[in-house]
Design a protein around this ligand. Structure first.
Ligand code: SF4
Length: 83
């Protein structure tokens, strides 16, 4: 399948890799994965997980999801813990 995104969209999509959810702090409210399902997913128990490296989200959309997270558990930067 060809990738028809523009270079700008691809660049914005790469922002996705710079955020992570601290699972221990997630309240399972579902806000992030209902709002940005290309970025976040319910890992199966209601806890959010950043799931798709090719997902598209703008910097503003990611910042909004960080700002609106009631658990304050979405952060910029890579998750430095092993899977
Ligand atoms: S918005 Fe925050 S607290 Fe709610 S599911 Fe997403 S990461 Fe968890």
């Amino acid at each position: 399948m060809s990738d028809e995104r523009t270079e700008e969209e691809k660049s914005e999509g790469q922002n996705f890799q710079k955020i992570h959810v601290v699972a221990e702090e997630c309240t399972s409210c579902s806000l992030c994965y209902e709002t940005l399902p290309l970025v976040y997913i319910d890992r199966g128990d209601g806890i959010s997980f950043v799931h798709d490296p090719s997902g598209i989200a703008t910097q503003d959309e990611l910042q909004e999801s960080i700002d609106e997270c009631p658990g304050e558990c979405i952060h910029w930067g890579p998750d430095d813990k092993p899977e």
